[in-house]
Design a protein around this ligand. Structure first.
Ligand code: GLC
Ligand code: CA
Length: 535
């Protein structure tokens, strides 16, 4: 086999959450034609690849991550023609388009599930059925087994009741999945983000769900059936996979995963073992320890995706930065994450410094996970105040509010009331403002992405933390051949002492144009810069 051209290593990816990106037909819901109208926006930012969250036919209980027909486009987003048009226009602008591949589960409205329920011999084992249930919790809360009256058995679902898990042990089912994947690839789609792909390796009897034993077997089969000989890009969402195994997996071309989203940094503001709703303050030393391990492991082998936020996570700025210094901390976080080795993923709105939302009450939240956990925690006797504190901080709707294009009503996302409330700060945080402002988060992000293309060191350099013990700033060197960068990121509202151990350097980028390094001078709050070291 020819060595694959690894264009994905220098690509910049932009994630679109279609529901909330841009509405073109006045129904308050983002759609494919809306996306087409914004291709130049992404191109201009320096994006090479667009990842589209699911647009397939779906009852939308989990906003499209519950697919009822893999080959149809959800009419709320447009038609198959629109999709082909999007693909075409994306290609014309020299960008690529990858789709979301949700194959751990389907919707319970998928034909396969209906036939499985009805006992059709071909489809019966497409899903996981048992006479007795075992003690397993689903990821959204509540049991992972639901009794189906008609089928007179329990079916297994790691997410909501309406998302039955496919039975990967079934060869005919796998074959149909591969055919479906090939249909999209033959149409010209440039690859996939594989939703919770680690879960297909699970062993139900042994109650091993993530990091399961069958993952490599199915991935390799999928590779030979779908991905081999194609010039595409794949990224696996692998929340439960260990760092070591993720790296090993992406290092082996036969696994068909060019890179993964490694999640070890994501749980650092949670009380260990208690799940995402039990909040704890982020400890910078833990963050250092985690990224140090990830960067070191993937430097040895494999490839990683760089992300702080997506449609399942709160906005990075609200989560790790400061609303007292929104622009500075947004820029600092960009520098922090995209200064590392890996493929950068920008989540829509991150580049203009969009923030999380605090809705007035539970009714304004739309997410199925949030609704479920609200009921569960309430039944456990938790106070509404405590529950809402967790939901305001970690609820997925934080990152799903409509994209803020300008300061007109509904933020230029739509001209009617959107499916979910707009963040009121659209008046001053919006793309139009950000594009025209030289000191904006947008301009900064664009420059940062340009630098990544200009200097190989971002892609290939090694990683070494400077002043590991320091609890206020997270700074690191990147070194490749003759180029050495020092990337400095302050994670605090305080001004802090900082000794620059170099005399000769060039400032490639800084979030404080006026700041000059001098002996005994303090670093301003949330300061960040990238220095090219000359000594
Ligand atoms: C992934 C998706 C998330 C979805 C879940 C179930 O984690 O990113 O949005 O709810 O899988 O498909
Ligand atoms: Ca629409």
């Amino acid at each position: 086999m020819e060595k694959k051209i690894e264009w994905f290593k220098t690509a910049h990816v932009y994630q679109i959450y279609p529901l909330s990106f841009k509405d073109s037909n006045h129904d308050g819901i983002g759609d494919i034609n809306g996306i087409i109208s914004k291709l130049d926006y992404m191109k201009d930012l320096g994006i090479d690849v667009i990842w589209l969250s699911p647009v397939y036919q779906s009852p939308m209980h989990d906003n499209g991550y519950d697919i009822s027909d893999y080959l149809k486009i959800n009419p709320m987003f447009g038609t198959l023609e629109d999709m082909k048009n999007l693909l075409n226009q994306t290609h014309q602008k020299q960008m690529k388009l990858i789709m979301d591949l949700v194959i751990n589960h389907t919707s319970d409205e998928h034909e396969w599930f209906k036939k499985s329920v009805a006992g059709d011999p071909k489809y019966k084992d497409y899903y996981i059925w048992r006479k007795e249930k075992t003690d397993v919790d689903s990821i959204f809360g509540g049991s992972a087994w639901t009794y189906h009256k008609q089928a007179k058995a329990y079916y297994f679902h790691l997410f909501a009741e309406s998302q039955p898990d496919l039975n990967w042990d079934n060869q005919a089912m796998r074959k149909e999945i591969y055919d479906m994947i090939n249909t999209w690839l033959d149409m010209g789609i440039d690859g996939f983000r594989l939703d919770v792909i680690d879960l297909i390796g699970k062993d139900i009897e042994k109650k091993i769900f993530s990091d399961g034993p069958y993952l490599e077997k199915y991935l390799e089969e999928m590779y030979h059936n779908c991905f081999e000989y194609r010039d595409i890009m794949t990224v696996g969402e692998t929340p439960g996979l260990s760092i070591e195994r993720s790296a090993t997996l992406t290092a082996d071309p036969k696994m068909g995963l060019d890179m993964v989203f490694q999640f070890s940094h994501i749980g650092l503001d949670e009380i260990p073992g208690q799940g995402k709703w039990a909040l704890k303050k982020l400890d910078l030393l833990e963050l250092k320890e985690t990224f140090n391990r990830v960067q070191y492991t993937f430097y040895q082998k494999g490839w990683n995706a760089l992300f702080l936020a997506n449609h399942d996570q709160p906005r990075a700025l609200t989560r790790y930065g400061s609303l007292k210094y929104p622009k500075r901390s947004a820029k600092m976080l960009m520098t922090f994450i995209y200064g590392m080795q890996g493929t950068p993923f920008v989540y829509q709105g991150e580049e203009i410094g969009m923030t999380g939302i605090k809705f007035k009450d539970i009714d304004s939240y739309k997410d199925i996970e949030t609704k479920q956990i609200y009921d569960i925690l309430k039944n456990q006797g938790k106070s509404i105040d405590d529950i809402m504190t967790s939901i305001d901080a970690k609820g997925r709707d934080n990152s799903r509010t409509p994209f803020q294009w300008d300061d007109s009503e509904y933020a230029g996302f739509s001209d009617v009331k959107p499916w979910i409330d707009v963040n009121p700060n659209y008046k001053y945080i919006n793309a139009e403002q950000s594009i025209n402002d030289k000191s904006s988060v947008y301009t900064y992000t664009k420059t940062l992405l340009t630098l990544r293309k200009r200097y190989d060191v971002f892609t290939y350099g090694d990683f070494e933390i400077y002043q590991y013990e320091n609890t206020k700033h997270f700074s690191y060197y990147r070194t490749y051949k003759n180029t050495k960068l020092l990337i400095i990121c302050s994670f605090t509202e305080e001004a802090i002492p900082f000794d620059l151990p170099h005399k000769h350097y060039e400032i490639l980028l800084s979030n404080d144009e006026n700041y000059k390094f001098k002996k005994n001078k303090m670093l301003p709050p949330y300061f960040s810069c990238i220095l090219k070291i000359g000594d």
